[in-house]
Each structure stands twice: as structure tokens, then as C-alpha cells.
Design a protein around this ligand. Structure first.
Ligand SMILES: Nc1ncnc2c1ncn2[C@@H]1O[C@H](COP(=O)(O)OP(=O)(O)OP(=O)(O)O)[C@@H](O)[C@H]1O
Ligand SMILES: [Mg+2]
Length: 685
């Protein structure tokens, strides 16, 4: 069992957990959710022992073996397979023990103990699954989307996203009681995502996963822990259930809060009015105390929603780009080029909103990177319109950030680099203000980027991009790391953007909302994609099947004769739904008021005043009588209180108590009425 009891956790000046408690049971699959910067990754650091609690109690079973995805980019010449096999820490330990036992035995061949130890080591390594370690690792690697011929390729030869996938495979390779996954889906495509879901559903240890992807969380978790305002709240259910329950909870809290606010407002009004009247000052006093006593339900800080917008581009060249017979790819060290896409000829016009689709590894990033000048063009030409200003959001957004610099320094550097091309905001104050509009508050503008959360870094890169006032946006997976609120803010900003957009994303909701047309990168070329995102999903699945098939065929020498696909039975058409329309009654429009002349108007006014005076008379009368009755009741109440304070025969105590309660109720009712009457009178006046 994992138990946090009143845990306090601090990072820098921030209190991330303040007296937070939660219990997680063995075997539970827990989704850890919360906004960017809420402290999710930091909580993992507590669980894996890199951080310690600053207060309260935290406990986790000592004997538990923990597996987690290393967050750094692996740098090694080891093959993908070896790298992943090494993730099996139990096997690694057994291998080490065996090597030691062998050495010991070799040095003392006649020693019986050494012989015994060697025997034990052999048996341990068998238990640790030495015999099938390689196929186990390779199944993981392939499951995450690698191709057969890549199994033996050195880790270093893969791109960043793929190396992070290997880190994930390595974590899954490790037999564990507790699995910690921090945003495991960020580097995956749809295919690998589905595979990972299936794998995790079979995992039988305790799992904690951080993710901003609702569908993924729903598929793999049955408990949700929410970090909010430095507290942990546990919900029994997956993410959708959590949202429902939370909505309900917020509603209830909101209702309780509103009721209390009403009551507070009522008391306050009473106090204000009565304070004005010297004679009622005492009554007001007791209400002041009541108000102070009243415990206020924490108002739901309606989570300050974050929005931003792109500035209107200074100009819109048209066309933005013309690409003629171009090839895209990588230049090798020896100067030779590896071409991934070729024969690309297309134009990009002002105001186009292009979603760039394609399976992973097909060259989407290469294409975008080249357009952004991050990679040289292999051949052909790309002509840019006059005044083109590119805003590029790289998939590895960390690459453009300096770990030791803070957001303000980043902005200053950017302003300096842009020189005269920079927008008007130049002073530190301007830059701070600008960062503030991206939710980087006073403290955070000075926080080194290296200590910021993933979502915060991504937000900074967005801010830097917006500041440059681009007219062509090249966004490569911009939503990785972003929480749902920030994703929505981005979608809104992109929708209002007047320039041209080229977007690579696996976030289907975003593609749907902001793109009008799609380009497909695959099979070595870039072409238009005729269809919508559902068609695309089908295409992806077909494509990955095709690629796997290709790999299989390339590997197995014999080519299996392709079996003809069985003809699908066509389901009978569903009977047409019957729709009934009910004629809605036509609302009768109110007749127009007849015109009124001046004299009639005056007469009307006089009558109205008369009517008001008549109406207010009984009110004033009642108010006067109420004043009197309230004074009496209050006097009786004080007397009763005094009697109760002195020694009273038990029989009378009960009676007096009852009367006191009755008086209290009466007084309250009278006060209520008093307020109503004064208000009504005010309204009449
Ligand atoms: N060493 C540090 N010094 C100061 N602040 C820090 C430090 N480490 C983390 N923080 C801050 O603590 C907060 C929590 O960070 P954490 O990485 O746990 O967030 P998170 O919930 O994982 O967010 P995300 O969804 O963006 O990944 C962030 O605001 C971060 O800037
Ligand atoms: Mg995080």
C-alpha cells in the first residue's frame, strides 16, 4: 500500500502539496491528473525516492520493485534490443551475480561453497527469464512501432522521439510491483498507443500514470487521483468517471457556497442597515459575531482560464512558399544525403490551414524542419514570399530552450536576436507583462527552465513563438505536455490566426478544429489527402499493417501468396428512423403600447404616486410594529439568557431553553421581514 498522510512537498518557493493525503492499494491502476505545473511529476519523484517529503508521512512497501521511464535521451551505441533487455533489472542482477560466481569458482575450482554459489546463480538466472529475454524485449520494441530490421540498430541512430520509445520499452521490460509512467503517450502514434493500452491492461502490478490524454486514461486506469490547490483527491473510477464525479462535487460545493453567500449577504445587509440606527447597534453586534463565526465554504476558484492570441501578422505574402521538385531528408556526415521525400512540388498560400498527416517515421518532421530552415534542403528549390516570418514549434521543444536560463532571459535573448525586426515590446517590463499573459507570474519569470514542468516549458516555447509575430506557423506536435485547458487555448488562438498554418499533430480534436485541408506524407512523397480524419485513421491502420507485412516479407525469404480478402457481407440497412415534428405554438406578440400625450402622462404620474403612497403605508406601519416586537423579543431573550446563566432548577432549564430557541427563530424571522419591508419601501421610493 502507498500511503501519504498530511504530506507537505515543496519545490523552490512553491508548495506543491500541503497536508495532502491519499492511499493507493496494491494492484490499482491510478491516473494522476492535474494542470500543468500542479506537481504530478514531482509526486513521482517522491514515490521513487529522488525527493523527500517536507512534512507529514509517506510510506511505500520497501520490497517493491519499481519500474519507470527514464526521462533523459539515451546516448549509447548499444543495439535497440540490448538496450531494452538491460531494462530487466532482475535479470541484470542475476547476470552480475553469475559473473561473480563464475569468477569465484574459476579462482577456487575445488571450493564446495563456490560450487554451490555457482549452481545457485545458474538457477537464479533461469528464474529471471534469461532464455527468453531477447524475444521478450523484441516483442516490446516491435509493439511500440519499430521495424524488424531496426532491432539491431544502435540506439544513437534513432531520432529523439524513437529513442524515448526505447526508454519506454526498457521500463516495460522490467518486472515490477509498481510502474510509474509520466506522459508515456507523448511520443507515440495511434498504432503504438493502442498497443500500449493493451499491454498495460494486462499488467498486474500497481500502476500510476500521468497523462493529459483522456481516452488513454479511460482505457488503462480504474482510480483517478487529482492534484489541485496542493491537495490530492482520490476518485474511484477512470478519467471520464472522475470528470462526472468532480462536476457533481463542484456543483454541490457551488450550491453550498452560494447558499452560504446568500446568508452572509443577508447578515451583512442587516448589519449595515442596523449599524446606521444607533438603537439597533447591539443587535447588529451579535450579527457581526455570527458573520465572523460562519465558516465560509472555500469558494471554487473558478480555475482562471488561460487564453492567448496571435498578433495580426504585419504582412501576408502570397504565395508564402513555392516548393519546386524538392527532396527532403538528412545529410550524412560524409556529405551524402538520405532522401526521405522526393519530387515534392507544391505551393503554400496565404491563409491556408494545412494539417500534415502521415504515420510515424514517414518524414513529417523532416519536411517541416526543412521548411523551417532547421535542415538543409536535399535538392530542388523552396522560394519564400517577401516578408515571410516563420514561427516554428519543434517537436523536441526543449531543444530551443536553455536549461539554466529563465523565461525572462529567453525573451531578452530573443529580442536581441531579432534586433530591428523585433516587435515594439523591448523593455524588461514589457517582456514581463508579455510573459504574464502566458501565465508566467512574477516568480516564474526568474525560474530556470531546467526546473520547470513539461507543460510550462511547452508554454514558454509557445510564448516565444507568438512574440515573434509570425505569418507562417509550423507546428510539430505542439500539444505534447499541454494540459487540456492550454490545448483549448491553443486551438482558439490558432482558429483566430490570420496567417498560414501547417500543423503536425496526433491530437485529432485539434486537427479537426483548426485545419481545412490535409496533406499526407508517406511512401516517399507529399500529396493531398482526400478525406476526413476518420478516413485517415483507417489509412493509418492499413498503412501500419502494410509496413509490417513488408518487413515480414523482406525478412522471411519466402513470399506468402496473398490470400484474397473475403467478401464482406453487407449489413442490411437500418430501418429509417421515423421523425415526428410537433408544431410549436406561435408566441403571441405583445401589442405595441399606444402613444400617450403630456397631460395624460402627468395624470398617470400623479395616480402612480398616489398608488405608491397607498402601497407603502401598510408597509411602514408593519415596519414600526415590527421594530417594537423585535425590541420586546430581544429584551425577553436577554432576560432569559441572564436567567439561564444563573442557577436554575432543572425543570425550568429545559423550558427556558425551548423558549430561547423559539425567540431566536422569531427574531430571525422578524429580521428577515424587516429587511424585506425596508427593501420594498426603498423600491417604492
Ligand atoms: N527545482 C525547482 N525549483 C523551483 N520550482 C520547481 C522546481 N522543480 C519543479 N518546480 C515547479 O514545481 C511545479 C510542479 O512541477 P511538476 O513538474 O511536478 O509539474 P507537473 O504537474 O508534472 O506538470 P506538467 O503537466 O506540465 O508536466 C512547477 O510549477 C515547476 O515549475
Ligand atoms: Mg510533468
Amino acid at each position: 500500500m502507498i500511503i501519504l498522510n498530511n504530506v507537505v512537498l515543496r519545490r523552490g518557493t512553491k508548495v506543491l502539496l500541503d497536508s495532502a493525503s491519499v492511499t493507493l492499494n496494491p494492484g490499482e491502476k491510478v491516473g494522476l491528473v492535474g494542470r500543468n505545473g500542479a506537481g504530478k511529476s514531482t509526486l513521482f519523484a517522491l514515490l521513487n525516492g529522488t525527493l523527500h517529503e517536507d512534512g507529514g508521512d509517506f510510506s511505500i512497501p520497501k520490497q517493491w520493485r519499481m519500474a519507470q521511464v527514464a526521462q533523459h535521451m539515451p546516448e549509447t551505441e548499444d543495439s535497440a534490443t540490448d538496450f531494452v533487455v538491460a531494462g530487466d533489472t532482475r535479470l541484470a542482477e542475476a547476470r552480475e551475480a553469475l559473473a561473480k560466481a563464475e569468477a569465484l569458482h574459476a579462482a577456487n575450482p575445488d571450493d564446495a561453497d563456490a560450487g554451490m554459489a555457482l549452481g545457485q546463480a545458474y538457477s537464479d538466472i533461469a528464474d529471471a527469464g534469461e532464455h527468453d529475454a531477447v524475444p521478450r524485449a523484441q516483442a516490446l520494441i516491435m509493439g511500440l512501432g519499430f521495424k524488424l530490421h531496426e532491432l539491431d540498430r544502435p540506439v544513437n541512430s534513432f531520432s529523439g522521439g524513437w529513442r524515448m520509445r526505447l526508454q519506454l520499452a526498457r521500463a516495460l521490460m522490467c518486472p515490477s510491483d509498481l510502474l510509474l509512467l509520466d506522459e508515456p503517450t507523448n511520443h507515440l502514434d495511434l498504432d503504438a498507443l493502442v498497443w500500449l493500452e493493451a499491454w498495460l491492461q494486462k499488467y498486474d502490478g500497481t500502476m500510476l500514470v500521468i497523462s493529459h490524454d483522456r481516452e488513454f486514461l479511460d482505457a488503462v486506469t480504474n482510480v483517478t487521483v487529482h492534484i489541485e490547490q496542493a491537495k490530492l483527491t482520490r476518485y474511484g473510477g477512470n478519467y471520464s468517471k472522475f470528470e462526472d464525479m468532480r462536476a457533481l462535487r463542484m456543483e454541490q460545493q457551488q450550491i453550498a457556497h452560494e447558499r452560504q453567500q446568500e446568508k452572509i449577504a443577508h447578515l451583512q445587509k442587516f448589519i449595515d442597515r442596523f449599524k446606521a440606527k444607533a438603537s439597533k447597534a447591539k443587535q447588529a453586534q451579535s450579527r457581526v459575531k455570527a458573520l465572523a463565526r460562519m465558516e465560509r465554504v472555500a469558494p471554487l476558484l473558478a480555475e482562471a482560464e488561460f487564453t492567448f492570441s496571435f498578433k495580426e501578422p504585419a504582412n501576408l505574402p502570397n504565395p508564402m512558399l513555392s516548393i519546386t521538385d524538392a527532396s527532403f531528408g538528412y545529410l550524412q556526415e560524409d556529405g551524402s544525403a538520405t532522401t526521405i521525400l522526393s519530387g515534392v512540388s507544391r505551393g503554400v498560400l496565404a491563409g491556408q490551414r494545412i494539417g500534415i498527416l502521415g504515420a510515424n517515421g514517414q518524414g513529417k518532421s523532416t519536411f517541416v524542419k526543412t521548411v523551417a530552415h532547421d535542415l538543409p534542403l536535399v535538392s530542388g528549390t523552396v522560394t519564400e514570399g517577401k516578408g515571410l516570418a516563420i514561427g516554428y514549434f519543434a517537436q523536441q521543444e526543449l531543444d530551443v530552450l536553455h536549461e539554466t536560463s529563465n523565461p525572462l532571459e529567453h525573451m531578452v535573448r530573443l529580442a536581441r536576436e531579432l534586433g530591428s525586426a523585433a516587435p515594439a515590446a523591448r523593455t524588461e517590463q514589457d517582456l514581463r507583462g508579455f510573459l504574464g499573459s502566458f501565465n508566467f507570474s512574477g516568480d516564474m519569470v526568474k525560474q530556470p527552465v531546467g526546473t520547470m514542468s513539461g507543460g510550462e516549458k511547452a508554454r514558454l516555447v509557445l510564448a516565444m513563438m507568438v512574440w515573434q509575430r509570425p505569418n507562417l506557423l509550423l507546428l510539430d506536435e505542439p500539444t505534447n505536455h499541454l494540459d487540456l485547458a492550454t490545448r483549448e487555448a491553443l486551438a482558439m488562438a490558432l482558429n483566430e490566426f490570420e496567417g498560414t498554418l501547417m500543423l503536425v499533430s496526433h491530437d485529432r480534436a485539434l486537427l479537426r478544429t483548426v485545419c481545412d485541408e490535409f496533406w499526407l506524407v508517406g511512401r516517399g512523397e507529399v500529396r493531398d489527402f482526400d478525406g476526413d480524419l476518420d478516413d485517415y485513421q483507417r489509412y493509418l491502420l492499413d498503412e501500419s499493417k502494410r509496413l509490417r507485412e513488408e518487413a515480414k516479407q523482406a525478412n522471411a525469404a519466402e513470399v506468402a501468396a496473398a490470400a484474397p480478402a473475403p467478401a464482406k457481407a453487407v449489413a442490411p440497412m437500418a430501418s429509417a428512423a421515423v421523425t415526428t415534428t410537433t408544431a410549436s405554438p406561435v408566441a403571441a406578440s405583445a401589442p405595441a403600447a399606444p402613444a400617450v400625450d403630456g397631460r395624460t402622462q402627468r395624470q398617470n404620474d400623479a395616480r402612480e404616486r398616489q398608488r405608491l403612497a397607498e402601497q407603502s403605508r401598510p408597509l411602514r406601519k408593519e415596519l414600526a410594529s415590527l421594530d417594537q416586537r423585535m425590541a420586546q423579543a430581544n429584551a425577553e431573550k436577554s432576560a432569559l439568557e441572564a436567567r439561564l446563566a444563573s442557577a436554575l432548577p432543572p425543570a425550568e432549564i429545559a423550558e427556558a431553553g425551548k423558549r430561547l430557541k423559539q425567540l431566536g427563530d422569531e427574531i430571525e424571522a422578524m429580521e428577515e421581514r424587516w429587511l424585506e419591508l425596508s427593501e420594498a419601501l426603498e423600491a417604492l421610493a
